[in-house]
Design a protein around this ligand. Structure first.
Ligand SMILES: [Zn+2]
Length: 336
């Protein structure tokens, strides 16, 4: 069930998703023409990052008349509905199932307010409210028109003109989130599941980008909620922040499993901390600052436990002790 013609339902559909909507006067008749069949939605950033970015989207620039997008997504998660008609946003490019260099007549544009530039730590100025509304807005439109999540596309993915927007958003991860909302609605999440995208972990604010501290405004609220759940299981304060107590708890879990105690929480440490037993497939943790492995001191008088973990801890110092006589024999000419 495709939709042919202008998406005159934009404001209603977004509101039904629980989003805040501002309808600009005349939006129903604003545009560069009538939509044909609607096949997708394209995500952009404004590159301005100011509360006035929407004016450029509505009225255009000296070189390009407005409207430049159907929707503007503010930093607080509010949607401005600017135009129901065709907007100049896609430019030249291609995407499976869309007409090459001609997407504007088939694709709804969302311009989200962002500078598009990373800070010194490589992070972008997206707010949690904005990212949440971005995902839910795309899901609401996809559900209304009935196109698949594969048609929620970043300008940077479509463009043959070197566009980089929306910068700082991994579109594959974004589509996974949109799919989750389409299928489940904004319902409860499985809190046992590691809440971060692939390659990310809970760690210090100083970075790198994959290190989620719970302290940066670009981080999603559900990540902090996830960390609180893990903290509750460790019986430490539920701060939602990777603080000293959290790093200590992670190190305790890692030591109990014979892993390098770096205090960072990736999927392996996450699962181990929740289950209190080794994860089926321990995932190697990221290693920004390698720490020396503590050397266990063998105690020959103490009967060794049949536990394989303690065996492996004892093994290598004993091997060294056994090798010392041979090493000495080879180097000192006894009896010659
Ligand atoms: Zn764009």
């Amino acid at each position: 069930m495709a939709w042919v013609g202008n998406p005159v339902w934009l404001a209603d559909v977004l509101r039904a998703e629980g989003l805040t909507v501002i309808e600009h006067d005349g939006w129903l008749t604003r545009g560069h023409g009538e939509y044909r069949d609607i096949r997708g939605v394209m995500a952009h950033h404004t590159a301005g990052g100011t509360p006035n970015d929407w004016r450029v989207v509505m009225f255009g620039r000296p070189d390009l008349p407005g409207p430049l997008s159907n929707l503007v997504l503010e930093k607080d998660g509010t949607y401005r509905v600017v135009a129901a008609g065709v907007c100049w946003h896609a430019g030249r490019g291609s995407w499976p199932g869309w007409p090459t260099n001609n997407a504007n007549w088939h694709v709804i544009g969302i311009e989200a307010v962002s500078t598009g530039r990373p800070d010194a730590q490589g992070r972008f100025d997206w707010t949690p409210e904005q990212l949440d509304a971005y995902v839910r807005g795309c899901a609401a439109i996809a559900r209304k028109v009935g196109f698949s999540v594969n048609n929620v596309v970043g300008h940077k993915e479509y463009s043959s003109e070197g566009k980089i927007d929306p910068a700082g958003i991994d579109m594959a991860d974004f589509r996974r989130q949109v799919q989750q909302v389409i299928v489940n609605g904004p319902g409860p999440v499985d809190r046992e599941v590691f809440p971060l995208p692939t390659g990310y972990y809970f760690g210090p604010l100083e970075g790198p980008t994959e290190s989620i501290s719970g302290q940066h405004p670009s981080e999603r609220p559900q990540w902090r909620e996830g960390l609180k759940f893990w903290q509750a299981r460790q019986e430490i304060p539920q701060t939602g922040v990777w603080d000293a107590a959290t790093a200590d708890a992670a190190r305790a879990v890692q030591r109990a499993h014979g892993w390098r105690p770096d205090g960072l929480i990736g999927p392996g440490t996450w699962a181990a901390g929740l289950r209190g037993a080794p994860a089926p497939e321990p995932v190697p943790e990221p290693t920004p600052t390698p720490e020396p492995e503590p050397v266990p001191i063998p105690e020959p008088d103490q009967p060794s436990a049949p536990d394989s973990e303690s065996q492996s801890n004892l093994r290598w110092p004993l091997v060294i002790v056994r090798r010392i006589p041979g090493w000495v024999r080879e180097r000192i000419p006894f009896g010659r």
